[in-house]
Design a protein around this ligand. Structure first.
Ligand code: ADP
Ligand code: MG
Length: 721
């Protein structure tokens, strides 16, 4: 029996991994592994506490004279919880966080071992930056990169390998102060949106000391059996299946969405949720998604900078916890062709320290209308940049198919708000009625009618009652760049609108008059941005034509999207978030990663075909051939069609694989071909050939003996657990 069939047989004997007792300690355990505000208040000396709190709120810098005291307390707290090591935990421009552990163990001048953690170690680290992607921001001979503690995310304890490590969330930059990570631009964008937000609040007569973006990231993923996963080198190396025939049953019966979660998976969910709770990650919702074996987990929203860290931590927890349950957790945007892909819906809004949600239409009409206008304008103006922020080879397989947003960027407002905006633009509504109308239009509208509509599913960017949902972000991506860009372009739009509104309303007497004087500005801005508003079916062919007429960009392949990072309008809008130089480096990194990913997939296809699929096909060919010969000897009329079909498929596939090999060879041999050119070659020449090879190999899967087929099939990966 081959390994695939053996694995399938053993899965039936697996039972849900038993959890440690005490499921129900959620409340007590929440945040127990975080050096959070209450630990700080309990343990820190008064002066150090005051300084740290002010630093967290962005009101003052960390005082070097207090940092030693903070480090001492932090060390004692961590050691009490079993920690032996500490690390700066940061987010280089790869797909996961990075860490380099140091032991608390040290030696005093007499050579006695002691446990030590000094303020300077808490504040700054200096990992060798030469092996992280930097896109030319530094070269190997000037490898210095620094990590610096970012106190806006509290330190936490990571449990793994039976040990505990104190993690200090940090930003990562080059010796010239250029961002080498995902986090620094996000924090800079928070300053930018705060400045614009406070200006808007002041204009509207609302008091607040701070404005920040909020994020609730709904995370989709697949959970499949690990022994089958390990038999698929494509899943373990690139996260998606490069081959795999459609199963006779996929998601067409729609019987998975919200259905009861299978026991093994539920045990897994319990386990990672419990670990997440200890890390202070406020998970709230879990359910089965549309595709078989697909699920979703969603937290309560938080400050965006914290939510981004929490999402990254959650993904790591989910990956590691899956192993304990003999499962594999897949975050790839499209692990299985023809089946729904996974996204990370980024719910975004702006909030104040006083608890106001700036996108809640019930709060303040002028405020809401101005912000709504700024968002719509920003998305319209910077559609290509937003497309670039969600670009990746993985998302290329997802966008535009099976319930994922299409590649045309539009804003969905929901029926009633869309009508209201349209009436307002075309002056079909009296200005005096507007404020009340906004309240009526939304507060009486049952949320589910906008949230759950089918059309919303196909929208790139949707208003869902009191927040926007950026649905096009890929499941494996960090939310950082999409949110940083969103903050920056909205801040930019807000300033432009406020410049005009402040001028127009300079002589206004009272709020009502101010409101009236501002309306024409908002109306004109909305009118100019109206083309981006779309409430119809994003998949229809008519929309594609209509979008073209409206001048909306439709960038199908991510490779073509990255260039928007270098546009003048991007550079201007991202001032203070990413410099032109930093944007350039990110462009290079993205293009290089794109080319390398497709190259790896191409190599994988070639290898899998030659070392697993072809041998299986030949074995079956030979067996069939022998059977036919025997039948012929027995004078039984042999049925040769299968063998003929098999032989011609094998030969077609051989040609098709050779064609991929040839593109690969040429790309490799051309030494002076930069990554930009390589990305073009892989995107435009290799990808279509890879699709063709896949189509043929999937046909082959349907005619080769099941007993010799080496790779677990879709029906097994998706349904056997
Ligand atoms: P749905 O599941 O219908 O999309 P939910 O109300 O469950 O809507 O919200 C989904 C996500 O949006 C959750 O993570 C939630 O915390 C988050 N969310 C709700 N309000 C906000 C907000 N003001 N800012 C950011 N995210 C929010
Ligand atoms: Mg949602």
């Amino acid at each position: 029996m081959n390994a695939r069939l053996e694995s399938i047989r053993s899965i039936g004997k697996k039972s849900p991994a038993h959890l440690k007792s005490g499921h129900n300690k959620q409340l007590n355990e929440f945040g127990s592994h975080v050096f959070d505000r209450s630990s700080m208040e309990l343990l820190l000396p008064k002066k150090a506490l005051e300084n740290l709190m002010n630093a967290i709120e962005g009101r003052e810098r960390l005082d070097p004279s207090q940092v030693d005291a903070i480090a001492e307390v932090l060390k004692d707290w961590a050691i009490q919880h079993g920690a032996t090591h500490y690390t700066h935990w940061f987010q280089p421009l790869t797909h996961s966080a990075a860490e380099k552990h140091d032991s608390f163990l040290s030696w005093n001048s007499e050579g006695q071992p002691i446990e030590r953690f000094r303020g300077k170690e808490l504040i700054q680290g200096e990992p060798d930056a030469s092996s992280f992607p930097s896109g030319g921001l530094r070269c190997t001979h000037e490898a210095r990169g620094y990590t610096v503690w970012d106190p806006t995310t509290p330190p936490f304890l990571w449990t793994g390998g039976d040990g505990v490590t104190l993690c200090i969330p940090s930003v990562f930059f080059s010796w010239k102060g250029e961002a080498l990570d995902h986090k620094l631009p996000l924090l800079r964008s928070e300053q930018k949106i705060q400045e614009a937000g406070l200006r808007l609040l002041k204009f509207c007569g609302v008091e607040a000391r701070a404005v920040y973006s909020t994020l609730g990231a709904e995370q989709e993923y697949f959970a499949i059996d690990r022994s089958l996963y390990l038999l698929r080198p494509d899943l373990s190396l690139v996260g998606r299946t490069v081959f795999g025939a459609r199963p006779p049953k996929g998601q067409e019966l729609e019987d998975h969405y919200f259905s009861s979660v299978k026991d093994r998976v539920l045990a897994y969910m319990h386990d990672f949720e419990r670990e997440a709770a200890k890390l202070g990650i406020p998970l709230k919702t879990r359910h089965n998604e549309v595709a078989p074996a697909q699920h979703e987990v969603a937290p309560l929203f938080e400050k965006a900078s914290l939510a981004v860290d929490h999402n990254l931590l959650l993904m790591e927890l989910m990956r590691q916890t899956a192993v304990k349950h003999d499962l594999a957790c897949l975050f790839h945007e499209k692990p299985f062709a023809g089946i729904n892909g996974s996204g990370k819906h980024c719910n975004w809004s702006l909030a104040t320290d006083t608890g106001l949600n700036l996108l809640d239409p019930k709060e303040n009409s002028l405020l809401f209308l101005a912000l709504l206008t700024a968002v719509i304008r920003a998305v319209h103006h910077h559609a290509t940049l937003l497309r670039a922020t969600i670009a990746s080879p993985g998302n290329d397989h997802r966008l535009g198919g099976s319930e994922a947003p299409p590649t045309i960027l539009s804003v969905y407002l929901g029926e009633s708000l869309e009508k209201l905006v349209s009436d307002f633009i075309h002056e079909r509504i009296e200005p005096e009625k507007l404020p009340r109308q906004i309240d009526l239009g939304l507060s009486h509208l049952p949320r589910h009618t906008t949230d759950r509509s089918d059309r919303n599913r196909t929208s790139f960017f949707a208003f869902t009652g009191n927040k926007f949902e950026f649905r096009a972000v890929g499941a494996s991506a960090s939310c950082s760049f999409p949110i940083a860009a969103l903050n920056a372009i909205v801040a930019d739009s807000l300033h432009q609108i406020l410049d005009e509104m402040e001028k127009a309303a300079a002589s206004a007497k009272g709020a009502d008059q101010k409101f009236k004087l501002c309306l024409p500005i908002l109306r004109m801005t909305l009118l100019a941005s109206q083309p981006v508003i779309f409430g119809g079916n994003g998949y229809s062919a008519e929309w594609e034509k209509e979008a073209e007429k409206r001048g909306l960009p439709n960038i199908r392949k991510s490779y073509h999207a990255y260039a928007a990072m270098l546009d003048k309008s991007t550079i201007r809008a991202l001032t203070g978030v990413l410099s032109e130089h930093e944007l350039h480096s990110r462009y290079e990194i993205q293009v290089e990663q794109y080319a390398k990913t497709v190259q790896i997939e191409a190599n994988l296809m070639i290898e899998l075909f030659r070392t697993q699929i072809l041998p299986a096909a030949v074995t079956w060919q030979e067996k069939l051939g022998r059977s036919l010969a025997v039948l012929s000897e027995l004078k039984i009329n042999p049925e040769t069609r299968l063998l003929d079909q098999l032989s011609s498929l094998v030969s077609l596939i051989g040609d098709s694989i050779a064609a991929i090999d040839e593109v690969e060879r040429v790309a490799k041999q051309t030494a002076d071909l930069g990554w930009e050119a390589k990305a073009k070659v892989f995107c435009e020449l290799a990808s279509p050939k890879m699709e063709e090879a896949r189509r043929l190999i999937d046909r082959l899967e349907a005619v080769v003996d099941n007993a010799v087929w080496p790779l677990p099939k879709y029906r097994e990966l998706l349904f056997i657990i």
